[in-house]
Design a protein around this ligand. Structure first.
Ligand code: T1G
Ligand code: NAD
Length: 694
């Protein structure tokens, strides 16, 4: 075995050279990997005793792409294109042997090889679009030549990987192998040599491109089919253009076009944001004082208290992960209603072909309903989702404290109440943590885990790991009113109401945020969640929101009553309602406010700047560990467009001076301390730093 660089070695098995990449954790194509591969290909190429070459990886996966940490830095030789050209031009067959994931530049390496084999569990994908990029090393030119244009478009624009069986079906791999992969790779290479099989260069294939040449409707139809989910993203269109170039241009020119489109994206603010977010999401999993090797409790059995809007969805998450879950309700009818909603949700998913009838029964089989609290005695984790009233919560926690086993994790899904006070209702506050799911709980990926003053590290580690196991993105936050997401949302809500009293209208305010890239604005969101939820909380706290209160007094709770800020049709389409506009104008008059035209720019600043400013306070109070966690919360919990990174990253791109100065302008205009910049904002500005730059 010859070491060619710190991460690549060359070995010889009979007449086959084995090039092994070993660059933990995911064999990214760092400079030393590219250099080692180049040198290995040259050596094996020049060695008369070698008839074939196998490329294989050590560790848990095949090459998972270019090294994202090298992006934005000066390029270092050799480039990936040089390595791939060496592979494809090799006079000896080169076979890629894949396990784990062959992603991005990793899949492009296999596409430059003459043959590809993989293990049954291997996955193949081009996820570059998720980084705001496109496959920049021939993926957009070679993949359609193998799997066809439609399949290539689907894989490249979704960025989602396919499994080995599907890869075999589409000709992306030549064989699925078992046993030791290197041995299987060498055997396959020997077979190729012995059978004098041709050196298949994908660049020379044209049949699947010809099938689409002169049919631009294929691309038009595809563009239409992805328009909704790619709204605001820059990369998908460049991906489509690159595949179009594969169909309309000779290979070498197609590669040039791919390069132009790639470099355009690499320089774009959207890709910068999405690359930032890739690492932000991975950082969010790390809790500085809870080391990664902190033992987490094994969760074999779960329980959920309350089968209402949230309880049912939370139970589905456990069942979806194969974890048996007991759902406890106070009354049989409430239980039947709640489990009925769960079954309806599963059947709706099955009707869309995303689950089989067997899957539905299997998951329903994992969910046991009861009104007997005793049934949760052996649960490893209990998630409470009962009414949002402190007295009810404390009664429930005192009760489960006497029932649950000593090392059970006791979690509350409260969205506003003090987790420490709830924990205080037990004799084991160290076992209590907030697990704040977002509605609909079986869909929204965000999970705000709320660390109480006494929550133990094992309980934190357990909540973080079970969060990932039920396919959520867990972020650890501290105890305060509304935690991170809702606390920032609350600041935005205050301005939204002021804006419609001063002259804007709900649909104008909502359009500004929709155009910015959010799924909906504050008024449409209120109608979706139900205006009565906030109304009950405000009444409980003696607070007022004049227009919203007036709508609720009229029974206009939003979508659930067919009218709120908007009027809703049978298909739930929203229409601005002149009756609401009249109420708003009347309230302005009653409050002595002279209405004025308000620009979209002012609306955007007044909605988003207070959120960022509140984010700064949250960081100063240590409620969030890092600014990028706030961004992960907003992207996964509130649909903040990932191509803008998140509110804190966005503020950095906007410039903290711009933000601070505009806030001071608003403060001068209103005399309202609401617009006072947070100390952290002023401090970072003075230090010339940003929220997300350390
Ligand atoms: N470059 C650098 N670091 C990477 C990396 C990469 N491509 N992929 C992962 N890491 C780090 C990650 O930050 C984390 O670090 C650790 O590895 C484990 O990752 C020319 C331009 C492979 C499915 O987009 O999807 O090729 O936090 O926690 O859950 O066309 O990582 O431990 O310090 O995610 O098991 C295209 C990205 C690049 C794939 C494994 N490739 N990676 O998931 O582990 S662009 C991708 C993943 C490209 C070419 C273009 C996943 C994974 P740390 P992890 P995991
Ligand atoms: P909900 O009113 O829809 O459901 C609450 C359920 O709890 C009811 O079915 C009720 O019968 C049951 N219940 C009440 N007391 C009980 C008891 N002692 N034991 C067992 N069951 C009992 O309320 P929801 O919207 O599902 O909210 C539940 C919790 O989740 C609240 O704390 C809320 O703040 C929080 N939350 C709600 C949302 C949301 O969007 N609705 C989002 C995040 C968090």
């Amino acid at each position: 075995m010859t070491a060619l660089s710190q991460s690549v070695s060359l070995d010889r098995r009979g007449r086959t050279a084995v090039l092994t990449v070993d660059n933990p954790p995911v064999n990214a194509l760092s400079q030393h990997v590219r250099q080692g591969m180049r040198d290995g290909l040259r050596q094996a190429g020049a060695d008369g005793g070698i008839a074939a070459i196998v490329v294989v990886c050590a560790g848990r996966t095949f090459i998972a792409g270019a090294d994202i940490t090298e992006f934005g830095k000066p390029p270092r030789e050799p480039g990936l294109h040089e390595v791939l050209d060496l592979i494809e031009a090799s006079p000896k067959p080169v076979v890629a042997a894949v396990h784990g994931t062959a992603l991005g530049g990793g899949l492009e390496v296999t596409l430059a090889c003459h043959y590809r084999i993989g293990v049954k569990t291997a996955r193949f994908g081009l996820p570059e679009v998720k980084l705001g990029l496109l496959p920049g090393a021939g993926g957009t030119q070679r993949l359609p030549r193998v799997v066809g244009v439609e399949k290539a478009l689907q894989m490249i624009v979704s960025g989602d990987p396919i499994g080995a069986d599907e890869a075999l079906k589409h000709g992306l791999v030549d064989e699925i192998v078992e046993g030791d992969l290197t041995t299987a790779g060498v055997a396959f290479a020997e077979k190729i040599v012995n059978e004098r099989r041709p050196l298949r260069k994908i660049r020379d294939l044209d049949e699947k491109l010809a099938a689409v040449r002169g049919k631009p409707e294929v691309f038009a139809t595809f563009r239409k089919s992805v328009a909704r989910q790619t709204r605001g993203f820059r990369a998908p269109e460049n991906c489509i253009k690159a595949v179009e170039a594969a169909v309309t241009l000779p290979f070498a020119e197609g590669m040039k076009r791919e390069r132009e489109l790639f470099l355009e994206l690499m320089a774009s603010p959207e890709s910068k944001a999405q690359r930032y977010f890739f690492f932000a999401e991975r950082e969010a999993a790390k809790v500085p004082d809870v080391p990664a090797d902190t033992p987490a409790k094994e969760i074999r059995k779960a329980a959920v208290l309350g089968a209402g809007t949230m309880g049912g969805g939370i139970a589905m998450n456990f069942a979806n992960a194969g974890i048996p879950v007991t759902v406890v309700e106070i009354a049989q009818d409430a239980l039947d209603r709640g489990l009925g909603v769960v079954r309806k949700n599963y059947e709706a998913t099955a009707s869309r072909g995303r689950l089989t009838a067997q899957d539905v029964e299997k998951r329903m089989g994992l969910i046991q309903g009861t009104t007997d609290f005793g049934a949760i005695a052996d649960a490893d984790i209990v998630v409470e989702a009962v009414f949002e009233e402190m007295a009810v919560k404390k009664e429930v926690f005192a009760r489960i404290d006497t029932i649950c086993k000593a090392d059970a994790v006791l979690a509350t899904n409260t969205s506003t109440l003090d987790v420490n006070e709830i924990a205080g209702a037990t004799r084991r506050p160290e076992s209590v943590i907030g697990m704040h799911f977002f509605s609909p709980a079986n869909v929204m990926r965000l999970l705000e885990n709320v660390r109480g003053a006494k929550t133990s590290k094992t309980v934190i580690a357990t909540a973080m790991s079970v969060g990932r196991r039920i396919n959520k993105v867990p972020v650890l936050v501290g105890v305060c009113y509304g935690f991170v997401g809702n606390r920032m949302l609350h600041q935005r809500g205050k301005q939204a109401e002021k804006l419609i009293l001063e002259g804007a209208l709900p649909h104008q305010v909502d359009r500004v945020l929709y155009d910015f890239g959010l799924p909906m604005g504050p008024f449409a969101m209120g109608d979706l969640a139900g205006l009565d939820v906030g109304w009950r909380i405000r009444k409980g706290k003696g607070e007022k929101s004049v227009v919203a209160d007036r709508l609720c007094e009229m029974g206009r709770f939003g979508q659930k009553t067919g009218a709120g800020y908007y009027r809703y049709g049978p298909d739930r389409s929203a229409t601005p309602d002149s009756e609401v506009e009249k109420i708003i104008v009347d309230v302005s008059t009653e409050l002595g406010i002279t209405r004025r035209p308000i620009s979209d720019d002012e609306i955007l600043a007044r909605l988003l700047y207070p959120m960022v400013n509140e984010g700064a306070k949250i960081l100063d109070e240590g409620i969030a560990i890092r600014a990028s966690d706030i961004d992960v919360i907003w992207v996964y919990g509130y649909g903040w467009p990932v191509y803008r990174g998140g509110p804190m990253f966005w503020a950095d791109q906007l410039g903290l001076k711009t933000l601070r100065d505009r806030m001071l302008e608003f403060r001068r205009a209103t005399g309202d301390d609401f617009w006072t910049p947070a100390p952290r904002l002023e401090r970072l500005l003075a230090e010339g730093k940003g929220f997300t730059q350390s």
